[in-house]
Design a protein around this ligand. Structure first.
Ligand code: NAD
Ligand code: MG
Length: 399
């Protein structure tokens, strides 16, 4: 059998870099077909020289010409393409077997959907695409015969705790599973006094105690909107009602999530907090392969604690349940408002507690429509971005 050809959407990010690290340990099994990035020319150039993909895509056109020049001078055989259409092509190209969807945010939706429609083995890190358009993405997977494997550590853990014959998208209930327990570290502000939340800086919010991640998901972890997005992601991956999805604070990030069965058994997956484990699992499934992650030393890990999350500290959790229960485009609106709010916070235009407030306002202001077409999803996304951005701009003018 030939080697499996892999496209990495978002190869210069935290998940992309970890994926390349895992692939480089398995040169007999995988080869890199395409690497894609937004605008980081230097990093993508380094990756192209080290991993020799057939294709490299930069969404930004100027960055693409800079990359083309750099690679030509280095004598690289990689073809450099530019723009969003090239991104979509990199995901659906006939020679591709595996797509790692690791772009951050709504920008990942179209190429991820393209991988699903083309029937690829789709490794899903880009949770925002399921939050925006869960029904469409799961339909595309079912109809094309794509194989969807979760990379998000919690969902990967749950998948590992389900029976061998289980396929993502199916309900877990016929397998005897009654509830899933998503673990959450609680981020950097689990114990910070609430009255000092106004003073939180972007760098404090991005300094996660256990995981090293991109800035957007780091802020999401600090507000716990990341867990909110993961509740919605779990609804689609495991076809469960909101009441069957629970969140448990687990500050050590050793238990990555759990499944609770009808007979009283609770199965958990444990490991060091390193994304190379779920990445290697999804690449090798149903086999196992080395990932470079050190074995878990439970004696060193010491105490494992489990605590209830505080609604007052983490209002984003309730917002996510509310959007999930409302259905339709409510979760699309939630995701778009969150992306605008997080960027505004990173740009120091709004304070940390305003992130949740702005999402709440946007959800309350906009109509929820059926989420049954891509055009409808994109329109709801655009409308929510416009509303939230206008609100941020109005704040800036008022001060
Ligand atoms: P990151 O910010 O480190 O990297 C993002 C990647 O997306 C980069 O390669 C960037 O070039 C690309 N990108 C950004 N904007 C783009 C655009 N407009 N068009 C095309 N490409 C664009 O992010 P990350 O931490 O690697 O996270 C990636 C995804 O994986 C997110 O959806 C995140 O929620 C999810 N995830 C990440 C982790 C983690 O540990 N980092 C864990 C679980 C899930
Ligand atoms: Mg996660």
């Amino acid at each position: 059998m030939g080697r499996e050809r892999v496209t990495i959407l978002g190869s210069t990010g935290s998940i992309g870099v970890s994926t390349l690290d895992v692939l480089a340990r398995q040169p007999d099994r995988f080869e890199v077909h395409a690497l894609t990035a937004h605008a980081n020319v230097e990093r993508l150039a380094e990756q192209c020289l080290a991993h020799r993909p057939a294709v490299a895509v930069m969404v930004d056109r100027e960055a693409a010409s800079a990359l083309r020049d750099l690679l030509a001078r280095a004598g690289s055989g990689t073809t450099v393409l530019a723009g969003e259409e090239a991104l979509v092509d990199a995901a659906r190209a006939p020679e591709v077997d595996v797509v790692m969807a690791a772009i951050v945010g709504a920008a990942g939706l179209l190429p991820t959907l393209a991988g699903a429609h083309a029937g690829k083995r789709l490794l899903l890190a880009n949770k925002e695409s399921l939050v925006m358009s869960g029904a469409l993405l799961m339909d595309a997977v079912t109809h094309s015969g794509a194989r969807l494997l979760p990379v998000d550590s919690e969902h990967n853990a749950i998948f590992q705790c389900l029976p061998a014959g289980y396929t993502c998208g199916e309900s877990v209930c016929p397998h005897g599973a009654e509830r899933i327990l998503l673990t959450a570290s609680g981020g950097p502000f689990r114990e910070r006094p609430l009255q000092s939340f106004d003073a939180i800086t972007p760098n404090e919010a991005c300094a996660h105690p256990n995981w090293d991640m991109g800035r957007k998901i780091s802020v999401d972890s600090a507000t716990m909107m990341n867990k909110g997005l993961e509740i919605i992601e779990a609804r689609w991956l495991f076809s469960l009602p909101p009441e069957a999805i629970e969140v448990v604070l687990h500050p050590q990030s050793i238990v990555h999530s759990m499944v609770s069965y009808a007979d009283g058994s609770v199965l958990a997956q444990l490991g060091n907090p390193d994304m190379r484990t779920p990445i290697a699992h999804s690449l090798a499934w149903p086999d196992r392969m080395a990932s470079g992650v050190a074995p878990l030393d439970l004696l060193k890990a010491g105490r494992l604690e489990f605590l209830p999350p505080s609604q007052e500290r983490f209002p984003c959790l309730e917002l996510a349940y509310r959007a999930l229960k409302a259905g339709g485009t409510a979760t699309t609106i939630l995701n778009a408002a969150n992306e605008i709010a997080v960027q505004a916070f990173l740009d120091e235009r709004i304070r940390f507690p305003t992130i949740a407030r702005l999402i709440d306002l946007t959800l309350a202001a906009l109509p929820v429509r059926p989420a049954d077409s891509l055009d409808g999803i994109l329109a709801a996304d655009a409308e929510a971005r416009e509303y939230a951005s206008a609100w941020v701009n109005a704040q800036a003018t008022a001060h």
